[in-house]
Unconditional design. Structure first.
Length: 450
């Protein structure tokens, strides 16, 4: 029995000693590949400054640079650089992670010492740190954090940020939060409270890296955003979602902007919503584009070469991109005010046509003629009157209660009614919109767009 236990113990100890040496080369190759990919991404530079290797781990110092002028010549400011420390420990026993079991444990940190001349935060703490624990089945867990900081004058204050996430064979989830951030000067104070970032990608890592569509949702929310003494938003939410129809292999993207409450001086609004959608996007086009990009970027980071090659790819694949008649839709545009509410929607798609050229796409008349659309607008009578009065008052630089303002506003609304651009039903103004062959139709009244 003792011999069996001794043999088992020997195997376990040997595994814990030998496995890190087997993991290390593969891990370092992946780090070098990642840095190389960043270095060849347009606008970025990256190189490994030094590597310290040991039996149970390694430390890589990496210099990352970003020059926005390589992406857009009008964006100046020079190259911004940051040194990252990537410290890893190899499993199966990870003593650096409170004696846990896993394939590796990695910490990526940006010390940010050059920022300390302007900002104050906890001594000996990095300005940003990301911790990753990799499992044996390809799963990993991560946490990241930014410490609380402020400047000497206390005109900039940040509560600190923390996030955690997990990747498995089916999904990636992440949530990060901060309590508050504040910036002020002699003229105004701005602050944000109750920030949450939520990410849910319903796909495995291989699917995500291929660049096509899959079901996902990302949401950024704030409980309160105060821009100045006159402007405050509450319940702010920005969402971005994607979906893939597995039968048709067509994808969609949805972006939403929601504000529960808005105060701007004496102007108030509630339940403001704008939801837009890109639909019927060919999944294969985006898979092919990702494959094309992966093959091109390791060979050059010259913006002229990249733009030329990308243009060639688009010319060769326009039929794949446009053949399924992509749609742009405003599925919801609505809001509520003290005087009433409004809502609107718009659906558009490309008409039947031969595959256009890149040159065609750059001509506005092409889009005006080949867009087919329909929509509707509904607004309470009292609200349209109030919004028109506000517009006239701003132009006349006069109080909204001035009789001339109300008179001009009424004349404008009466003019819309006479032209048939709106109809009045049950104290609501209504408009039906259609777009076809370069012509806009509002309540059956035609208006050429070209």
């Amino acid at each position: 029995m003792k011999k069996i236990l001794a043999l088992v113990a020997f195997i376990l100890v040997t595994g814990c000693v030998v496995l890190p040496k087997l993991i290390a080369p593969t891990y370092q190759e992946n780090v070098e590949k990642l840095i190389s990919n960043i270095d060849h991404a347009q606008g970025y530079s990256a190189n490994i400054v030094s590597t310290e290797s040991a039996w149970f781990g390694s430390i890589n110092k990496v210099m990352i640079g970003f020059d926005p002028s390589q992406i857009d010549a009008s964006l100046q400011g020079g190259t911004q650089k940051a040194e990252l420390i990537i410290e890893s420990h190899f499993g199966p026993l990870l003593f650096s992670n409170n004696l846990s079991v896993g394939l590796f444990a990695t910490k990526v940190r940006f010390d940010g010492e050059t920022l300390r001349k302007d900002l104050n935060w906890e001594e000996n703490a990095p300005f940003y740190q990301l911790s990753i624990l990799g499992g044996f089945t390809g799963n990993f867990q991560l946490t990241d954090a930014i410490p609380a900081f402020s400047n000497s004058e206390k005109t900039v204050q940040f509560s600190g940020y923390s996030g955690e996430g997990e990747m498995n064979n089916e999904a990636f989830t992440y949530e990060g939060t901060f309590d508050h951030a504040k910036a002020s000067n002699a003229y105004r104070e701005s602050k944000a409270e109750g920030f949450t970032l939520s990410v849910e990608l319903l796909a495995n890592l291989d699917t995500i890296m291929k660049g096509g569509f899959y079901d996902s949702m990302m949401n950024l929310s704030l409980d309160t955003l105060v821009l100045d003494a006159d402007t405050e938003l509450s319940g702010l939410s920005i969402g971005l979602g994607s979906a893939l129809d597995t039968d048709t292999q067509l994808g969609s993207l949805e972006m939403s902007y929601l504000i529960n409450g808005l105060v701007y001086g004496d102007f108030t609004a509630n339940d403001l919503s704008l939801v837009t959608e890109l639909d019927r996007l060919n999944n294969q086009f985006f898979l092919d584009f990702k494959h094309f990009s992966d093959g091109m970027l390791p060979n050059t980071n010259n913006s002229d070469v990249i733009n030329k090659e990308t243009l060639t790819f688009l010319k060769d694949n326009l039929n794949l991109l446009l053949g399924d008649k992509p749609e742009f839709n405003i599925t919801n545009f609505s809001g509520t005010f003290p005087e009433g509410s409004f809502n609107a929607n718009l659906s558009t798609h490309l008409a039947d046509m031969n595959t256009p050229t890149i040159e065609d796409l750059s001509v506005p008349e092409f889009w005006l003629y080949n867009t087919v659309g329909s929509g509707a607008i509904e607004i309470d009578e009292a609200l349209l009157q109030n919004l028109t009065e506000r517009f006239i008052a701003s132009k006349m630089r006069a109080p909204i209660t001035t009789p001339q303002v109300k008179q001009h506003a009424r004349l404008i609304i009466d003019g819309l009614l006479e032209q048939g651009l709106v109809t009045l039903e049950n104290d609501k103004f209504l408009s039906d919109i259609a777009i076809k062959e370069g012509q806009l139709t509002i309540n059956n009244a035609p208006f050429p767009l070209m």
